[in-house]
Design a protein around this ligand. Structure first.
Ligand SMILES: [Mg+2]
Length: 295
């Protein structure tokens, strides 16, 4: 795909977020050090992306499903007093339905919508952005409709254009149309996901700003020493990795990532979550302080 504007945008994003000079550690090998940090923390927050992280990607976003082990583990982590949040580019109702765990935070549209049971949904999209994005969505639908393999997914705050099933020719045509639109609306943000382009409003709302907001809400009045976990697989997750100090975990990526740790693929995520559940359980005194050897 040749597109100077879009190619340079990808390169800029990746170099900005790449881990400077350090390779991430394979998480299972570093688990003892992570456990020590868990024991030292006042409170733990566990945030994660969904597609390509908690659940493997599928040929269509509608076919991505969460496994039972992952769902059970998320429930168990939340029951252990951990603040849990699933943060996605999807619509907030969609992500909540797909994950289906009660009592946790859900963030949709890359941070524009936040929801927790018992609290009304917070929308950070301004009326002006809403109007403009609905116009953009209509224009893209008109212009991209009928290009083979291109799938449009209008969302609450954004517009996603999936090209997983598109030929090179279809991608070229779609990109030219997107570039044309960006000349008309140069303030829009263009995100590059896995086989998806996404147009967002200009405001600096992101997954990271959503996490900051949730932590501020949860911390109360006391000074809290948080240990924050974040799992992700994509460029929007790199922004979080580069800002956070806790346990950042890239799923399926061991190079060109700002994360401190990596897992090889989504297949390793259920075992990691089970291990985390184990580490969160209160230990009996005997487990913390083994009996001294007999004299
Ligand atoms: Mg993802």
């Amino acid at each position: 795909m040749k597109s100077s504007r879009i190619s340079s945008s990808i390169a800029t994003d990746q170099s900005r977020h790449a881990h400077k000079g350090k390779s991430p550690l394979y998480l299972p090998d570093a688990w003892r050090a992570v456990e020590r940090r868990i024991r030292r923390a006042d409170r733990i927050a566990f945030f994660t992306d969904f597609d390509g992280t908690l659940a493997p990607l599928a040929h269509s976003p509608n076919h991505v499903q969460l496994g039972q082990v992952v769902r059970r583990s998320l429930t168990s982590i939340a029951h252990n007093g951990v603040v849990v949040g699933v943060i996605s580019g999807r619509k907030i109702s969609d992500i909540q339905t797909r994950v289906g765990v009660r009592g946790i935070w859900y963030v949709g549209a890359h941070g524009y919508y936040l929801r927790r049971p018992g609290i009304s949904t917070l929308c950070l999209l301004t009326p002006l952005e809403k109007t403009e994005m609905s116009l953009i969505r209509r224009r893209l639908v008109q212009r991209l409709r009928g290009i083979p393999g291109i799938m449009l997914e209008p969302k609450q705050a954004t517009m996603a254009i999936h090209y997983r099933q598109a030929s090179r020719q279809s991608c070229r045509t779609a990109l030219a149309i997107i570039e044309e639109l960006l000349l008309e609306y140069p303030h829009l943000r263009l995100l590059h996901g896995k086989k998806v382009w996404e147009l967002l409003p200009a405001s600096q709302i992101s997954k990271w700003t959503a996490i900051r907001r949730i932590l501020d809400f949860e911390k109360g009045k006391e000074k809290t020493r948080w240990l924050v976990f974040y799992l992700g697989d994509d460029i929007t997750d790199e922004m979080v990795f580069s800002k956070m100090r806790g346990i950042s975990i890239a799923v399926g990526k061991r190079r060109r990532t700002a994360a401190a740790f990596f897992l090889d693929s989504t297949r390793e995520v259920p075992a990691f979550l089970e291990k985390l559940c184990e580490s969160l359980k209160p230990k009996s005194p005997g487990e913390h302080f083994p009996e001294p050897p007999a004299c």
